[in-house]
Design a protein around this ligand. Structure first.
Ligand code: URA
Length: 295
């Protein structure tokens, strides 16, 4: 039997789903209920204690009368209820990142899983890092070792981190896509759109003070902006990862900066000075001093 939905409610939900997609939220969990336990949609939504802003708005937007929408059998009434991600229930970032990794599983959500990837390259580093670097996607070395930025570009990134007076273990490093694109091609839109919600969740857990986007792919995906590197660099952006609660005070003051990808700097070392300027801007914000010559 087809589901008959109240038209106002249907419209509100459709608008909300569209809005969530624009925000980079793609995962909607269906809450299955036994027939006897089915409840009106509005009250099912209201049960979610800790709603992210779009969900709170959804609840607010739902006209009061909709709470009387007739309950339907479970197989019909199980509308997509927007459920918080599992890691939002834990405070320990180590446990939270583990939950995201588990959710990712042996991911087959996009075509990269069948294009020669050896393994998923999730992320590495300090789960409480003040500084997070985001690259594009794993290369051959990363695919082999299961860790981001371990190849030549990774060596340069390590040197950049060292020049900032910190260690690789102090920061958190991840990529927009977690599987190696074949031949190191740029990840395609469907791939970044499928994978970036996991990156957003990693950022939401680590809650760094600064996110540094390495290169245009990371910058454009994180900022949802299509601009050139020269337009994107040289300034801080206020950053709230899609899906995080913008009302959460711990997000206030979180910055995003854009710099050149280390692989680009290997190809054009003349731009290292410009990248260093970007990093100095970040260092100033974080109160970091470059190491003394003897260190
Ligand atoms: N380039 C990236 O963007 N990420 C890596 O992990 C390695 C190289």
């Amino acid at each position: 039997m087809p589901t008959v939905l109240d038209p106002d409610l249907r419209r509100a939900l459709a608008e909300r789903v569209r809005y969530c997609h624009e925000m980079g939220i793609y995962d909607f969990y269906r809450r299955e209920r036994p027939v006897s336990d089915s409840v009106p949609v509005a009250s099912a939504v209201a049960e979610i204690d800790d709603l992210s802003p779009p969900l709170q708005e959804l609840r607010e937007e739902m006209p009061a009368k909709k709470s009387t929408v007739a309950a339907k059998p479970a197989n019909e009434s199980s509308l997509p209820i927007l459920t918080p991600h599992p890691e939002q229930a834990v405070t320990d970032p180590v446990a939270a990142l583990k939950l995201i990794r588990e959710d990712l599983g042996d991911c087959t959500r996009c075509k990269l899983h069948k294009q020669g990837r050896k393994q998923i390259v999730f992320g590495v580093g300090n789960p409480r890092a003040e500084l997070m670097f985001v690259g594009e996607g794993p290369g051959a070395d990363e695919d082999t070792q299961g860790e981001p930025f371990v190849g030549r570009a990774g060596q340069l990134l390590n040197n950049m981190i060292k020049a900032m007076g910190i260690r690789r273990e102090d920061v958190y490093i991840a990529n927009v896509v977690k599987c190696r694109p074949p031949g190191n091609r740029t990840p395609e839109r469907d791939e970044t759109e499928t994978c970036s919600p996991f990156l957003m969740r990693q950022i939401a857990v680590v809650k760094p003070k600064v996110v540094v986007a390495l290169g245009a792919v990371a910058a454009k995906n994180l900022l949802a902006m299509n601009a050139s590197m020269s337009e994107l660099r040289g300034r801080f952006y206020d950053f709230v990862p899609a899906g995080a609660r913008s009302s959460d005070p711990s997000w206030q003051g979180t910055k995003l900066a854009v710099t050149y990808h280390p692989a680009f700097l290997l190809r054009d070392p003349r731009q290292k000075g410009e990248a260093w300027k970007d990093l100095q801007m970040v260092m100033k914000f974080l109160g970091l001093e470059p190491p003394k010559k003897s260190e």
